[in-house]
Structures are given as structure tokens and as C-alpha cells.
Design a protein around this ligand. Structure first.
Ligand code: SF4
Length: 345
């Protein structure tokens, strides 16, 4: 594969009609003893500046692997990208040299990981860790970079930032540590922020505060944001559009309001029904039956068929394409019309 240099990337703004970020027909495989595991199987999505895309799915659906391919942090091998493109301002990142990729990673496309405690170094103060971004990437002095760290801690609403800048990670609560991770990820004003399950380890009240903070920071800076989650409940107020993944494929994508109004794939419908609701107090919580498929022994036809209440005979043999429902909406279900109508057989 020939490698392109970073000069091909514009400093800011987009290229004609090209979105800020476009994942196009991406395939990722992992070599294992049991054979090649197809973790991502033809995923396409796009993101514009100021837009939030929520990528939703259970563990093993391929949502985090796709994000790691965008960031260029997959271990290759055992991972392999046999096909696809990740275009940033129209330039395929997969064709960049590793040196050029390093300049994009963290500076122009940044990522927040779910486990803030293990991502922060316990032996350095949080101020030192935040300010390192400015020393390493902007060549700032220790004094100036620490000033920037305090500013950032203020920006992510850490109370008494000036007094706490020399505290260590263990002296902060889980929610505050996640705010420190967010501060580090936005330090260099990235154009795209990928948040991988940013609130999973937090309790419900803190989850809402962190989501609110992310939405606010995005509005201020017009970043594009990819929010990876297994929880449809956390995305309603922040996402513009949703891509639902199952067994390495996108099974439904749509503007967020369309999905909440009426899902067009039985898996999305199951995810929506499993959100706890205050007006259903005392009722048993719905759970999608069965388990996600073993990627080494994928079901024939539609991968969701063993768990699907809408299944018909042809679902067991025919892989559903991503049907176009409208210009902004697709579903990989042969019976999307029945699902939309709520007509279960
Ligand atoms: Fe269910 Fe068939 Fe649709 Fe797959 S194609 S989601 S099995 S109805």
C-alpha cells in the first residue's frame, strides 16, 4: 500500500462535499487460532463538523474496533484491514505513513476511553499529565503548560482547579477523573472527538453531567463527535444521528428522532424496549433474548435471526442488504416495513 504524506490534509475546513470524516466499506479481521474473526464487515458512516453520531451495539458488535481503526491504534497484526477507507477531509488515513498518522492522532482526532482510572498515570499529578500535551505537542514551557492545564480543568468544571492541579488521580472521584480525561482529549482542539463508552463506569447522575459537558464542549468548538455506547438511553439528548451495529455490520442508521419514534430493525426495537422507564415502574425489564453471535461461527442469512421475533424462513438463508428507507435512513432487515409499522407477524 503506498503511503501518503500529511501535506495532503487541509489544515482546516472540508474538501468540497466531502464530510469531515467518512468511514467507507471498512473491514477489519483478527487472526486467531480458530481462524480469521471478521470483527468489522463493511461498515460505512460519516460525520460533519458540529455533528454527533452515536454508534450503538453490544460488546463484540465492532463499534470500538471501528473507532480504533479510525484512530490507527489497532495492533496490526493480529488485526488486518483487508478493505475500506477512513477519509479525514477527503484523505484516506489508512494510506498515511505512521509518522503522518501520529500527527493526526490526538491532535486532530482525539479519543476518550471508558476507564479513566487506568488511563491516567497514578504516579503523576493530573496537572502534569494534562500539561504534558502542551509541552510535547506545542513546545510550551513547564510554567505556561501548567497554566493551560488549570484553564482546561476550569473548562471541564473541576472545582477549585488552581488548588487541585497538583493532586494525584486517586484523589479525584470517578466523575472528576473522567473530566480530567476529557480535558486531555480536548487540549489540542481536535476536529473529531471519539468518546468510547465515556460514562459506563459512572453512576447515573454523574453520567448525565458528563454527557452534558461533552455536548457543551462540542457546541463551543464545533467538533464532530462519535459517541460509542451500548446504552440507547444516554444518546437521546446529545446525538444527531445513530448507527446501530450488530455482529460487525451496521443494521440501522437514521436521524436520532426517527429511531426513537419508530425503529426499523428488530434489534434497534429490542434495544429501545430495554431502556428502563419511570412510567413502567414495577414491570419486568425487557431483555433481547439470546446472546450476540460467535464471530467464528456466524449464523447463516441474517446474523440476528436466532434472536429475532420477526424472523421468517428466508431470514435463515438470505443476508439482508442495507435497504434504503429514505435519503437519511437505512435498515438491514428484509421486513423493515413490518417493524416500522409495529406489525409482528
Ligand atoms: Fe429479523 Fe429477518 Fe429482519 Fe433479520 S432480516 S432482523 S431475522 S426479520
Amino acid at each position: 500500500m503506498s503511503k501518503t504524506s500529511l501535506e495532503a490534509l487541509p489544515a482546516e475546513g472540508g474538501l468540497g462535499n466531502e464530510p469531515l470524516l467518512a468511514v467507507d466499506d471498512l473491514h477489519v479481521e483478527f487472526a486467531t487460532r480458530g481462524g480469521a474473526v471478521k470483527a468489522v464487515n463493511g461498515v460505512s458512516y460519516s460525520l460533519d463538523a458540529g455533528e454527533t453520531l452515536a454508534v450503538l451495539g453490544e460488546s463484540g458488535s465492532g463499534k470500538s474496533v471501528t473507532a480504533q481503526a479510525i484512530m490507527g491504534i489497532l495492533d496490526i497484526p493480529p488485526a488486518r484491514i483487508p478493505k475500506g477507507e477512513v477519509r479525514f477531509h477527503g484523505t484516506d488515513l489508512l494510506k498515511l505513513s505512521e509518522e503522518a498518522r501520529t500527527q493526526v492522532r490526538g491532535q486532530r482526532i482525539a479519543m476518550i476511553f471508558q476507564d479513566a482510572l487506568s488511563a491516567l498515570n497514578p504516579v503523576f499529578t493530573v496537572g502534569w499529565q494534562i500539561s504534558e500535551m502542551f509541552r510535547v505537542h506545542r513546545g510550551m514551557s513547564k510554567r505556561d503548560s501548567m497554566k493551560k492545564a488549570v484553564e482546561l480543568m476550569d473548562r471541564v468544571r473541576i472545582p477549585a482547579a488552581k488548588q487541585r492541579v497538583n493532586d494525584y488521580p486517586h484523589q479525584f472521584s470517578g466523575g472528576m477523573r473522567q473530566r480530567i480525561m476529557i480535558a486531555m482529549s480536548i487540549a489540542l482542539d481536535p476536529e473529531v472527538l471519539i468518546a468510547d463508552e465515556p460514562t459506563t463506569a459512572l453512576d447515573v447522575t454523574v453520567q448525565a453531567q458528563v454527557m452534558e459537558l461533552l455536548a457543551e464542549l462540542q457546541r463551543e468548538s464545533n467538533m464532530g463527535m462519535i459517541l460509542i455506547t451500548h446504552d440507547l438511553g444516554v444518546v437521546a439528548d446529545v446525538a444527531d444521528k445513530i448507527a446501530v451495529m450488530y455482529a460487525g455490520r451496521i443494521v440501522e442508521n437514521a436521524p436520532v428522532h426517527d429511531i426513537y419514534k419508530a425503529p426499523a430493525h428488530p434489534y434497534t426495537k429490542g434495544l429501545l424496549e430495554s431502556i428502563p422507564r419511570v412510567d413502567h415502574k414495577g414491570q419486568e425489564l425487557y431483555a433481547i433474548k439470546g446472546l450476540p453471535p460467535n464471530l467464528l461461527a456466524m449464523p447463516t442469512g441474517c446474523a440476528f435471526h436466532p434472536r429475532c421475533p420477526y424472523r421468517q424462513d428466508n431470514c435463515v438463508t438470505d443476508v439482508p442488504p442495507l435497504y434504503e428507507i429514505s435519503g437519511t435512513r437505512n435498515s438491514a432487515c428484509h421486513y423493515w416495513r413490518e417493524v416500522l409499522d409495529g406489525d409482528q407477524g
